[in-house]
Design a protein. Structure first.
Length: 192
């Protein structure tokens, strides 16, 4: 039995509120069973990818100058479902690169390592100057997708990004000194 040839057409709009653009042919035909839509990089970037949580240690409103400030995040992949030209599509997005901007004018740290908490930490920054800072994490995602009814996974040709920022904190200097009594005493001793 002959199968009908099927051409694939598409039209897009910049935002959900804007008008649809002109129709464009993206495939000149083939067997209807072979004509599956392609999830483009633009489609991938429109998905609601959740920005990974940015963890900072110490987890306080201050860090010490000239000491390691540890950063790490969760490298877990996320799975989303969307509709593409009437097909249900499962998308798996995986974080592949992490860029930490430490907010002090130094070059951002770009790594494929999501880091780890203390004591096994390997992603950190040493602040050299006092002041108020915040850290921005930009995560690059790669993706693959599977169209319902097809066993094949296809790679997305392009990447997406998410950004998250820490709460602001102070870079401070602390000094220790010997005191005659416990500083927890009430009233607080004068040399504390």
């Amino acid at each position: 039995m002959d199968q009908a040839l099927l051409s694939l057409w598409r039209r897009q709009r910049a935002t959900p509120a804007s008008d649809w653009g002109q129709w464009e042919r993206i495939d000149y035909g083939g067997c209807a069973a072979d004509a599956l839509p392609v999830l483009t990089a633009e489609d991938f970037r429109r998905l609601p990818l959740p920005a990974p949580v940015l963890n900072v240690q110490p987890a306080a409103d201050w860090v010490l100058v000239n000491k390691e400030t540890i950063v790490y995040t969760d490298p877990s992949a996320v799975t989303l479902t969307t509709d593409l030209l009437g097909y249900q599509v499962t998308v798996e997005a995986t974080p592949t690169r992490f860029t930490y901007d430490f907010g002090d004018g130094t070059r951002p740290l770009v790594t494929t390592d999501p880091g780890a908490p203390y004591p096994a930490f390997d992603t950190f920054h040493v602040y050299r100057d006092l002041g108020t800072r915040l850290i921005t994490l930009t995560t690059q995602w790669s993706g693959r997708y599977q169209i319902a009814g097809s066993p094949a996974w296809r790679d997305v040709d392009g990447t997406a990004q998410t950004t998250t920022t820490s709460a602001s904190f102070e870079v401070v200097e602390r000094t220790s000194k010997l005191v005659a009594e416990l500083c927890t005493a009430a009233p607080t001793p004068p040399d504390c």
